[in-house]
Design a protein around this ligand. Structure first.
Ligand SMILES: Cc1cc2nc3c(=O)[nH]c(=O)nc-3n(C[C@H](O)[C@H](O)[C@H](O)COP(=O)(O)OP(=O)(O)OC[C@H]3O[C@@H](n4cnc5c(N)ncnc54)[C@H](O)[C@@H]3O)c2cc1C
Length: 346
Protein backbone atom coordinates (compact mmCIF):
# COMPACT_ATOMS: atom_id res chain seq x y z
CA UNK A 1 0.00 0.00 0.00
CA UNK A 2 1.32 3.43 -0.93
CA UNK A 3 0.37 6.41 1.24
CA UNK A 4 -0.50 9.61 -0.61
CA UNK A 5 -1.83 12.91 0.65
CA UNK A 6 -4.08 13.27 -2.40
CA UNK A 7 -5.67 11.38 -5.25
CA UNK A 8 -6.75 13.68 -8.08
CA UNK A 9 -9.28 12.34 -10.59
CA UNK A 10 -9.12 14.00 -14.05
CA UNK A 11 -6.35 15.59 -16.07
CA UNK A 12 -7.52 18.99 -17.36
CA UNK A 13 -6.81 22.52 -16.12
CA UNK A 14 -8.58 21.96 -12.78
CA UNK A 15 -6.41 18.92 -12.08
CA UNK A 16 -3.06 20.29 -13.22
CA UNK A 17 -3.38 23.66 -11.52
CA UNK A 18 -4.43 21.95 -8.30
CA UNK A 19 -1.51 19.54 -8.67
CA UNK A 20 0.76 22.58 -8.92
CA UNK A 21 -0.45 23.75 -5.51
CA UNK A 22 0.44 20.32 -4.15
CA UNK A 23 3.89 20.35 -5.76
CA UNK A 24 4.54 23.82 -4.29
CA UNK A 25 3.59 22.60 -0.84
CA UNK A 26 5.44 19.28 -0.97
CA UNK A 27 2.31 17.14 -0.77
CA UNK A 28 2.33 13.65 -2.25
CA UNK A 29 -0.30 12.80 -4.87
CA UNK A 30 -1.28 10.74 -7.89
CA UNK A 31 -3.49 11.80 -10.78
CA UNK A 32 -5.84 9.37 -12.51
CA UNK A 33 -6.20 10.22 -16.19
CA UNK A 34 -8.48 8.35 -18.56
CA UNK A 35 -6.47 9.80 -21.48
CA UNK A 36 -9.58 11.06 -23.25
CA UNK A 37 -9.31 14.36 -25.10
CA UNK A 38 -10.33 16.77 -22.34
CA UNK A 39 -12.03 20.12 -22.97
CA UNK A 40 -8.77 21.61 -21.73
CA UNK A 41 -6.74 19.89 -24.45
CA UNK A 42 -8.94 21.32 -27.23
CA UNK A 43 -9.20 24.78 -25.70
CA UNK A 44 -7.79 27.80 -27.48
CA UNK A 45 -5.59 28.87 -24.58
CA UNK A 46 -6.89 32.42 -24.60
CA UNK A 47 -6.18 34.46 -21.48
CA UNK A 48 -8.52 37.39 -21.68
CA UNK A 49 -9.71 39.81 -19.00
CA UNK A 50 -12.48 41.31 -21.18
CA UNK A 51 -15.89 40.09 -22.36
CA UNK A 52 -15.48 40.99 -26.01
CA UNK A 53 -19.17 41.18 -26.93
CA UNK A 54 -20.05 43.97 -24.53
CA UNK A 55 -16.61 45.30 -23.58
CA UNK A 56 -16.97 44.57 -19.89
CA UNK A 57 -14.72 42.76 -17.47
CA UNK A 58 -15.48 40.11 -14.86
CA UNK A 59 -15.06 39.19 -11.21
CA UNK A 60 -11.39 39.23 -10.12
CA UNK A 61 -10.06 39.48 -13.71
CA UNK A 62 -6.99 41.53 -12.78
CA UNK A 63 -6.12 39.37 -9.78
CA UNK A 64 -6.58 36.23 -11.86
CA UNK A 65 -4.22 37.43 -14.61
CA UNK A 66 -1.51 38.39 -12.13
CA UNK A 67 -1.88 35.07 -10.32
CA UNK A 68 -1.75 33.06 -13.56
CA UNK A 69 1.46 34.76 -14.71
CA UNK A 70 3.10 34.09 -11.33
CA UNK A 71 1.93 30.46 -11.41
CA UNK A 72 3.27 29.89 -14.93
CA UNK A 73 6.64 31.27 -13.79
CA UNK A 74 6.63 28.75 -10.93
CA UNK A 75 5.73 25.87 -13.27
CA UNK A 76 8.50 26.92 -15.66
CA UNK A 77 11.00 26.45 -12.83
CA UNK A 78 10.35 22.70 -12.56
CA UNK A 79 9.35 21.81 -16.13
CA UNK A 80 11.97 24.04 -17.73
CA UNK A 81 9.57 25.61 -20.22
CA UNK A 82 7.67 28.85 -20.67
CA UNK A 83 4.05 28.34 -21.72
CA UNK A 84 2.91 31.97 -21.86
CA UNK A 85 2.67 33.41 -25.37
CA UNK A 86 2.75 37.19 -25.43
CA UNK A 87 0.27 37.68 -28.28
CA UNK A 88 -2.42 40.20 -27.31
CA UNK A 89 -5.96 39.98 -28.62
CA UNK A 90 -6.98 42.46 -31.30
CA UNK A 91 -10.76 42.75 -31.50
CA UNK A 92 -11.89 43.77 -35.01
CA UNK A 93 -14.63 46.42 -34.81
CA UNK A 94 -17.81 45.90 -36.79
CA UNK A 95 -18.66 49.59 -37.11
CA UNK A 96 -18.10 53.08 -35.72
CA UNK A 97 -20.54 52.52 -32.87
CA UNK A 98 -18.33 49.76 -31.51
CA UNK A 99 -15.30 52.02 -31.69
CA UNK A 100 -17.16 54.69 -29.72
CA UNK A 101 -18.35 52.18 -27.14
CA UNK A 102 -14.79 50.83 -26.71
CA UNK A 103 -13.43 54.33 -26.16
CA UNK A 104 -16.17 55.19 -23.68
CA UNK A 105 -15.61 51.96 -21.76
CA UNK A 106 -11.85 52.40 -21.79
CA UNK A 107 -12.29 55.33 -19.40
CA UNK A 108 -14.01 53.12 -16.79
CA UNK A 109 -11.91 52.34 -13.72
CA UNK A 110 -12.23 48.57 -14.20
CA UNK A 111 -11.33 48.63 -17.91
CA UNK A 112 -8.74 51.38 -18.16
CA UNK A 113 -5.84 48.91 -17.91
CA UNK A 114 -7.37 46.48 -20.42
CA UNK A 115 -8.86 48.45 -23.34
CA UNK A 116 -6.13 50.18 -25.33
CA UNK A 117 -7.24 53.60 -26.58
CA UNK A 118 -5.08 53.52 -29.72
CA UNK A 119 -6.73 51.55 -32.48
CA UNK A 120 -4.59 49.43 -34.78
CA UNK A 121 -5.04 48.53 -38.43
CA UNK A 122 -4.26 44.85 -39.06
CA UNK A 123 -2.46 43.63 -42.17
CA UNK A 124 -3.86 40.70 -44.17
CA UNK A 125 -7.46 40.75 -42.87
CA UNK A 126 -10.54 42.87 -43.50
CA UNK A 127 -10.78 45.45 -40.74
CA UNK A 128 -12.34 48.59 -42.20
CA UNK A 129 -12.99 49.96 -38.72
CA UNK A 130 -9.60 48.87 -37.31
CA UNK A 131 -9.16 46.85 -34.14
CA UNK A 132 -8.86 47.43 -30.40
CA UNK A 133 -6.04 45.80 -28.43
CA UNK A 134 -6.78 44.10 -25.12
CA UNK A 135 -3.86 44.92 -22.86
CA UNK A 136 -2.66 42.12 -20.56
CA UNK A 137 -4.32 39.47 -22.75
CA UNK A 138 -2.12 36.57 -23.85
CA UNK A 139 -2.26 32.90 -24.78
CA UNK A 140 -1.26 29.67 -23.13
CA UNK A 141 0.70 27.24 -25.30
CA UNK A 142 -1.89 24.54 -24.63
CA UNK A 143 -0.03 21.65 -26.21
CA UNK A 144 3.27 22.61 -24.61
CA UNK A 145 1.63 23.06 -21.20
CA UNK A 146 0.07 19.59 -21.19
CA UNK A 147 3.11 17.88 -22.68
CA UNK A 148 5.50 19.61 -20.29
CA UNK A 149 3.45 18.90 -17.18
CA UNK A 150 2.58 15.33 -18.15
CA UNK A 151 6.27 14.57 -18.79
CA UNK A 152 7.17 15.99 -15.40
CA UNK A 153 4.41 14.02 -13.65
CA UNK A 154 5.25 10.82 -15.53
CA UNK A 155 8.91 11.11 -14.53
CA UNK A 156 7.79 11.44 -10.92
CA UNK A 157 5.36 8.52 -11.22
CA UNK A 158 2.49 10.86 -10.31
CA UNK A 159 0.21 10.10 -13.23
CA UNK A 160 -1.71 6.88 -13.70
CA UNK A 161 -3.19 6.36 -17.14
CA UNK A 162 -6.38 4.61 -16.22
CA UNK A 163 -9.99 5.45 -15.63
CA UNK A 164 -10.83 5.96 -11.97
CA UNK A 165 -13.53 3.46 -10.92
CA UNK A 166 -15.73 5.01 -8.25
CA UNK A 167 -17.10 1.71 -6.93
CA UNK A 168 -13.56 0.61 -6.04
CA UNK A 169 -13.08 3.35 -3.41
CA UNK A 170 -13.13 2.05 0.11
CA UNK A 171 -14.57 5.04 1.96
CA UNK A 172 -14.14 3.60 5.43
CA UNK A 173 -10.41 2.91 5.35
CA UNK A 174 -9.67 5.56 2.69
CA UNK A 175 -8.09 3.32 0.13
CA UNK A 176 -8.33 3.01 -3.61
CA UNK A 177 -6.60 -0.03 -5.11
CA UNK A 178 -3.09 0.07 -3.63
CA UNK A 179 -3.28 3.72 -2.47
CA UNK A 180 -4.14 4.92 0.99
CA UNK A 181 -5.16 8.57 0.66
CA UNK A 182 -5.98 11.51 2.92
CA UNK A 183 -8.09 13.36 0.34
CA UNK A 184 -9.62 12.79 -3.08
CA UNK A 185 -10.19 15.79 -5.36
CA UNK A 186 -12.51 15.22 -8.32
CA UNK A 187 -11.60 17.36 -11.35
CA UNK A 188 -13.51 15.54 -14.07
CA UNK A 189 -15.10 18.33 -16.08
CA UNK A 190 -18.35 17.03 -17.59
CA UNK A 191 -17.22 13.50 -16.58
CA UNK A 192 -18.53 14.41 -13.11
CA UNK A 193 -21.94 13.26 -14.29
CA UNK A 194 -20.66 9.65 -13.85
CA UNK A 195 -19.42 10.34 -10.33
CA UNK A 196 -21.90 8.96 -7.78
CA UNK A 197 -20.64 11.37 -5.12
CA UNK A 198 -21.04 14.59 -7.09
CA UNK A 199 -23.20 13.78 -10.14
CA UNK A 200 -25.91 16.22 -9.02
CA UNK A 201 -23.79 19.38 -9.08
CA UNK A 202 -25.44 21.75 -11.58
CA UNK A 203 -22.82 21.82 -14.34
CA UNK A 204 -24.20 22.08 -17.85
CA UNK A 205 -22.24 21.05 -20.96
CA UNK A 206 -21.57 23.68 -23.58
CA UNK A 207 -20.10 22.07 -26.67
CA UNK A 208 -17.34 23.98 -28.45
CA UNK A 209 -15.73 23.24 -31.83
CA UNK A 210 -12.56 24.67 -33.31
CA UNK A 211 -10.94 24.15 -36.69
CA UNK A 212 -7.27 23.91 -37.53
CA UNK A 213 -6.74 25.64 -40.87
CA UNK A 214 -3.98 26.12 -43.38
CA UNK A 215 -4.05 29.75 -44.56
CA UNK A 216 -2.78 30.52 -48.03
CA UNK A 217 -1.65 33.98 -46.92
CA UNK A 218 0.18 34.14 -43.56
CA UNK A 219 -0.84 36.56 -40.81
CA UNK A 220 1.19 38.37 -38.14
CA UNK A 221 2.66 35.89 -35.62
CA UNK A 222 2.48 37.96 -32.48
CA UNK A 223 -1.22 38.74 -32.15
CA UNK A 224 -4.52 36.91 -31.65
CA UNK A 225 -7.28 38.18 -33.91
CA UNK A 226 -10.86 38.16 -32.65
CA UNK A 227 -13.84 38.46 -34.91
CA UNK A 228 -16.71 36.16 -34.03
CA UNK A 229 -14.06 33.66 -32.86
CA UNK A 230 -10.31 33.67 -32.21
CA UNK A 231 -7.69 33.21 -34.94
CA UNK A 232 -4.00 32.64 -34.22
CA UNK A 233 -1.02 30.64 -35.48
CA UNK A 234 -0.05 27.25 -34.05
CA UNK A 235 3.46 25.82 -34.05
CA UNK A 236 2.99 23.60 -37.10
CA UNK A 237 2.24 26.24 -39.75
CA UNK A 238 -1.48 25.90 -39.22
CA UNK A 239 -3.88 28.31 -37.52
CA UNK A 240 -6.51 27.81 -34.85
CA UNK A 241 -9.98 29.29 -35.36
CA UNK A 242 -12.69 28.81 -32.72
CA UNK A 243 -14.53 28.06 -30.61
CA UNK A 244 -18.25 27.82 -31.04
CA UNK A 245 -20.84 27.56 -28.25
CA UNK A 246 -23.74 25.10 -28.29
CA UNK A 247 -25.94 23.87 -25.46
CA UNK A 248 -28.29 21.85 -27.68
CA UNK A 249 -26.31 19.48 -29.95
CA UNK A 250 -24.52 17.44 -27.32
CA UNK A 251 -23.71 14.24 -29.23
CA UNK A 252 -20.14 12.90 -29.46
CA UNK A 253 -19.62 13.69 -33.15
CA UNK A 254 -18.49 16.68 -35.13
CA UNK A 255 -21.38 19.00 -35.90
CA UNK A 256 -21.61 20.10 -39.52
CA UNK A 257 -23.42 23.29 -38.50
CA UNK A 258 -20.57 24.28 -36.17
CA UNK A 259 -18.02 23.75 -38.95
CA UNK A 260 -20.15 25.86 -41.28
CA UNK A 261 -20.40 28.60 -38.65
CA UNK A 262 -16.61 28.62 -38.30
CA UNK A 263 -16.01 28.56 -42.05
CA UNK A 264 -18.36 31.50 -42.60
CA UNK A 265 -16.95 33.37 -39.63
CA UNK A 266 -13.42 33.09 -40.98
CA UNK A 267 -14.43 34.03 -44.52
CA UNK A 268 -15.97 37.23 -43.17
CA UNK A 269 -12.58 38.77 -42.41
CA UNK A 270 -9.94 36.53 -44.01
CA UNK A 271 -10.06 37.36 -47.74
CA UNK A 272 -7.84 34.49 -49.01
CA UNK A 273 -8.25 30.75 -49.45
CA UNK A 274 -7.87 28.31 -46.59
CA UNK A 275 -8.11 24.56 -46.05
CA UNK A 276 -9.62 22.96 -42.98
CA UNK A 277 -7.15 20.33 -41.76
CA UNK A 278 -8.82 19.21 -38.54
CA UNK A 279 -11.99 19.73 -36.52
CA UNK A 280 -12.03 19.23 -32.75
CA UNK A 281 -14.65 19.65 -30.09
CA UNK A 282 -15.03 19.50 -26.32
CA UNK A 283 -17.59 20.13 -23.61
CA UNK A 284 -17.14 23.13 -21.32
CA UNK A 285 -18.45 22.50 -17.81
CA UNK A 286 -20.57 25.63 -17.30
CA UNK A 287 -22.66 26.87 -14.38
CA UNK A 288 -25.67 29.16 -14.57
CA UNK A 289 -24.15 31.77 -12.24
CA UNK A 290 -20.81 31.61 -14.11
CA UNK A 291 -18.82 30.67 -11.02
CA UNK A 292 -16.84 27.48 -10.39
CA UNK A 293 -18.21 24.87 -8.02
CA UNK A 294 -15.75 23.99 -5.26
CA UNK A 295 -16.27 22.20 -2.01
CA UNK A 296 -16.33 19.22 0.28
CA UNK A 297 -18.84 16.39 0.07
CA UNK A 298 -21.45 16.78 2.83
CA UNK A 299 -21.15 13.14 3.96
CA UNK A 300 -17.62 12.23 2.87
CA UNK A 301 -15.36 14.80 4.56
CA UNK A 302 -12.23 13.91 2.59
CA UNK A 303 -13.83 14.13 -0.87
CA UNK A 304 -13.81 17.39 -2.81
CA UNK A 305 -15.05 18.68 -6.13
CA UNK A 306 -13.35 21.28 -8.36
CA UNK A 307 -15.52 21.93 -11.39
CA UNK A 308 -17.60 24.46 -13.34
CA UNK A 309 -14.65 26.30 -14.88
CA UNK A 310 -16.85 27.36 -17.82
CA UNK A 311 -15.37 29.23 -20.76
CA UNK A 312 -12.42 30.46 -18.68
CA UNK A 313 -10.77 27.22 -17.64
CA UNK A 314 -7.28 28.67 -17.49
CA UNK A 315 -7.94 31.72 -15.32
CA UNK A 316 -10.55 30.00 -13.14
CA UNK A 317 -8.58 26.76 -12.84
CA UNK A 318 -5.39 28.51 -11.86
CA UNK A 319 -6.80 31.06 -9.44
CA UNK A 320 -9.33 28.89 -7.62
CA UNK A 321 -6.97 25.93 -7.22
CA UNK A 322 -5.34 27.95 -4.45
CA UNK A 323 -8.73 28.65 -2.83
CA UNK A 324 -9.38 24.90 -2.74
CA UNK A 325 -5.91 24.16 -1.37
CA UNK A 326 -6.28 26.80 1.35
CA UNK A 327 -9.70 25.45 2.22
CA UNK A 328 -8.48 21.88 2.65
CA UNK A 329 -5.10 22.48 4.24
CA UNK A 330 -5.52 25.76 6.09
CA UNK A 331 -9.22 25.81 6.90
CA UNK A 332 -9.77 29.07 5.01
CA UNK A 333 -13.46 29.22 4.05
CA UNK A 334 -14.35 29.27 0.36
CA UNK A 335 -15.89 32.45 -0.97
CA UNK A 336 -19.70 32.12 -0.99
CA UNK A 337 -19.80 32.75 -4.74
CA UNK A 338 -17.75 29.63 -5.58
CA UNK A 339 -18.70 27.32 -2.72
CA UNK A 340 -20.54 24.06 -3.40
CA UNK A 341 -22.78 24.87 -0.46
CA UNK A 342 -24.52 27.63 -2.44
CA UNK A 343 -26.37 24.74 -4.12
CA UNK A 344 -26.36 22.22 -1.27
CA UNK A 345 -26.53 23.98 2.09
CA UNK A 346 -24.76 21.75 4.64
C1 LIG B 1 -13.46 24.66 -28.08
C2 LIG B 1 -13.12 25.18 -26.70
C3 LIG B 1 -12.31 26.29 -26.58
C4 LIG B 1 -12.00 26.78 -25.30
N1 LIG B 1 -11.13 27.84 -25.21
C5 LIG B 1 -10.76 28.29 -23.99
C6 LIG B 1 -9.81 29.34 -23.89
O1 LIG B 1 -9.33 29.86 -24.89
N2 LIG B 1 -9.44 29.76 -22.65
C7 LIG B 1 -9.95 29.19 -21.51
O2 LIG B 1 -9.57 29.62 -20.42
N3 LIG B 1 -10.85 28.19 -21.57
C8 LIG B 1 -11.27 27.72 -22.78
N4 LIG B 1 -12.18 26.69 -22.88
C9 LIG B 1 -12.81 26.21 -21.63
C10 LIG B 1 -11.92 25.20 -20.93
O3 LIG B 1 -11.46 24.29 -21.86
C11 LIG B 1 -12.68 24.49 -19.79
O4 LIG B 1 -13.12 25.41 -18.84
C12 LIG B 1 -11.73 23.53 -19.08
O5 LIG B 1 -11.17 22.67 -20.01
C13 LIG B 1 -12.39 22.71 -17.99
O6 LIG B 1 -11.35 22.01 -17.37
P1 LIG B 1 -11.59 20.79 -16.40
O7 LIG B 1 -10.27 20.38 -15.90
O8 LIG B 1 -12.63 21.14 -15.40
O9 LIG B 1 -12.25 19.65 -17.31
P2 LIG B 1 -11.67 18.85 -18.57
O10 LIG B 1 -10.72 19.65 -19.33
O11 LIG B 1 -12.83 18.27 -19.29
O12 LIG B 1 -10.82 17.67 -17.92
C14 LIG B 1 -11.41 16.60 -17.21
C15 LIG B 1 -10.68 15.34 -17.56
O13 LIG B 1 -10.96 14.33 -16.59
C16 LIG B 1 -11.13 13.10 -17.25
N5 LIG B 1 -11.95 12.20 -16.40
C17 LIG B 1 -13.26 12.31 -16.12
N6 LIG B 1 -13.65 11.27 -15.37
C18 LIG B 1 -12.55 10.50 -15.15
C19 LIG B 1 -12.32 9.26 -14.45
N7 LIG B 1 -13.31 8.62 -13.81
N8 LIG B 1 -11.07 8.74 -14.45
C20 LIG B 1 -10.06 9.39 -15.09
N9 LIG B 1 -10.21 10.54 -15.78
C21 LIG B 1 -11.46 11.09 -15.80
C22 LIG B 1 -11.88 13.50 -18.53
O14 LIG B 1 -11.84 12.50 -19.51
C23 LIG B 1 -11.10 14.73 -18.91
O15 LIG B 1 -9.95 14.35 -19.63
C24 LIG B 1 -12.51 26.16 -24.14
C25 LIG B 1 -13.32 25.03 -24.26
C26 LIG B 1 -13.64 24.53 -25.53
C27 LIG B 1 -14.49 23.31 -25.63
Amino acid sequence: MENVDYIIVGDGYASLFFAHQLIKNNKSFVIFSDEKKSASRVSAGIINPVVLKKFTTFWKAQEQIVFLKKTLDEIEKYTGQNYLIDAPIHRIFHDENEQKLWLKKSANDDLVYFLDKNFAHLEGVKNDFNSGKVNQSARLDVNGFFMGLFDFLRNNRQIINEKFIYSTINTSDHTYKNFKYNHIVFCEGMGVKNNPFFSDIPVVPNKGHHIKVKLFQHLPENITIKKKHFLFPLNDNTYFYGGTYDREQLHYDVDASAVEQLTNGLKEFYPHNFDIEQVNFGFRPTVKDRRPIIGRHPQQPNMYVFNGLGARGILNGCYFSKSLYDFIENGIPLHDEIALKRFFPQ
